[in-house]
Design a binder for this molecule. Structure first.
Ligand code: CNA
Length: 371
């Protein structure tokens, strides 16, 4: 999945593609005493679990039923969600890495030196047009939140959401009504923009107007700088809110749910290792991900343990995120409520869109009549 070019790069943020080697391979041929000792010493210092330390079994079974039983028994109030592009694909927004439909497979028309250049600051300074052309295709406002987004909203309504960490830039969590204080948009958002030269702030509507009226790139009103949406490019820092929130949230986490992410982009991917050992982790995704997303020292620590006999708390549910959320909601007794919320909100969005279209049409007619 990650090309040679990807390695060591800082994608859409401090993001670095996860190119850790398999820990068994790391161990092979290097397990002499001194390395083993060093591994144990560092693991101990860094509080990383050793493979052979017997650990308490946290879940009764490594299934959605096991997760539901944990939620009910421990009366979870501090659930953290980590989301990726996969929660928005059913809304019609392509992810990055899925074969055929993924964005990286469909960028030929922009004639880029390599696919990720479209999100690289250095390339953007040289040629911002491809990014803005792509932005037109992905622009928020044209898509409706999915069952997954409303599942997050429902968790919050029920007082069970500690925080929703998203890598997505499509703002669909906001559209679904997840409150700002519960949201960490780790890779930024189209919600706002700034002039790259004088830092004047611009609204989403202002940028949208500029981009869709073909004023590409949008130019600042007070200086000749280019206005860029606040999405985090390769080579840029993650928002302060991300760094602040992770230091306090994860130690409190009682259940971690990861949805629709290949967990290949750092530092986001290794957040899964911040959850305490007593915290169950549920991956809902089309493919397994995150096996070795964190620090791995001679087989110590890092990543999910789905297939390992030392697994005490990791569940992998393979399939579409919407179906996974519905399955979870059903088993919690909220299935109908979730479907109803989604239906009601989609109707509201459709109605608002129709009203906006009518108003715009009337304005155009008025203008033409005046002429
Ligand atoms: P990714 O690397 O493209 O991985 C997506 C993952 O989701 C893959 O493992 C897919 O198999 C899986 N997947 C796709 N659709 C579904 C589905 N319906 N149900 C279940 N699983 C599914 O994307 P990541 O989010 O892991 O990578 C992080 C990048 C992607 C971030 O920097 C984002 O900014 C960026 N991105 C965001 C959007 C968006 O805002 N909607 C779209 C495309 C890319």
């Amino acid at each position: 999945m990650s090309s040679e070019k990807d390695k060591g790069k800082k994608p859409l943020a401090d993001k670095v593609e996860n190119d850790h080697e398999d820990s068994d391979e790391e161990a092979s041929g290097t397990s002499n005493f001194s390395l083993e000792f060093l591994g144990r010493y560092l693991a101990n210092k860094l509080k990383i679990h050793s493979d052979d330390t017997p650990k308490e079994k946290i879940l009764e079974e490594f299934t959605i039923d096991g997760i539901v039983s944990h939620i009910n028994k421990s009366n979870c109030k501090n659930i953290i969600i980590m989301a990726g592009a996969g929660i928005s694909t059913s809304a019609g927004i392509p992810d990055f890495r899925s074969p055929v439909s993924g964005l990286y497979h469909n960028l030929q028309k922009y004639n880029l030196p390599h696919p990720q250049a479209i999100f690289e600051l250095s390339f953007f300074h040289e040629n911002p047009r491809p990014f803005f052309e792509l932005a037109k295709e992905l622009y928020p406002g044209s898509f409706k939140p999915t069952i997954c987004h409303y599942f997050v909203k429902l968790l919050d309504d029920k007082g069970m959401l500690l925080r929703h960490y998203t890598q997505n830039i499509d703002t669909l969590e906001r559209v679904a009504g997840v409150p700002d204080e519960k949201l960490v948009e780790a890779h930024g958002t189209f919600n706002q923009g700034h002039c790259l030269t004088c830092r004047k702030a611009y609204s989403q509507d202002w940028m949208k107007d500029q981009i869709f009226s073909n004023h590409i790139p949008p130019i600042c009103e007070v200086c000749p700088g280019v206005v860029k949406p606040d999405i985090v490019f390769f080579g840029e820092n993650l928002p302060e809110k991300f760094h602040k929130s992770i230091t306090t949230d994860f130690s409190k986490c009682e259940l971690l749910i990861i949805m629709g992410s290949s967990l290949t982009v750092q530092p986001f991917a290794s957040l899964i290792d911040r959850a305490p050992d007593s915290c169950p982790r549920l991956l809902i995704n089309r493919e397994k991900a995150g096996h070795h997303s964190g620090l791995s020292l001679f087989g110590y620590g890092g990543g999910f343990e789905f297939d390992h006999d030392r697994n005490t708390r990791d569940v992998c549910w393979l399939g579409d995120c919407d179906d996974g959320c519905l399955a979870l909601a059903d088993k919690l007794g909220w299935g109908d409520e979730l479907k109803e919320l989604c239906k009601k909100e989609h109707e509201r969005i459709d109605k608002e869109e129709a009203e906006t279209k009518t108003i715009k049409k009337e304005e155009t007619t008025k203008k033409t009549t005046k002429l």
